[in-house]
Design a protein around this ligand. Sequence first.
Ligand code: FES
Length: 130
Amino acid sequence: MMRPCSKWSAIRSTSAMGDHISLKSQWVPVCPVDELGVGDQTTIELASGEQCLVINSDGELFAVSALCTHRALSLAGGIVQRGVIVCPWHRARFNLATGQGSRPASGPIKTYEVAEIDDYICVRERENES
Ligand code: FES
């Protein structure tokens, strides 16, 4: 897992001032590492308004869009096993690493970078995302 600690002080300073913190290349703190145990998931809203679902699947962290590409309903609460989340509405399955989905999904879900920084789980946009 990545531990890019160099930007963390800047993130905390920006966050403390109440500014938008989800600018590209900036890490957004989600929660302390020990608050997201194996099998747990949590949803945060980014400054862009996007819902980001952060998941601990068998000890590996993933961050993906919280909205299913079938009918834009929430994936939160979906069963997670071995890096795959099952949409609780119509059972589309999404690979948490790639975002690729099975039918009836209409396409992949967005994935985010996730890292542990100073004992916090943090997410950010991927550099190649528009
Ligand atoms: S809303 Fe997810 S499969 Fe239909």
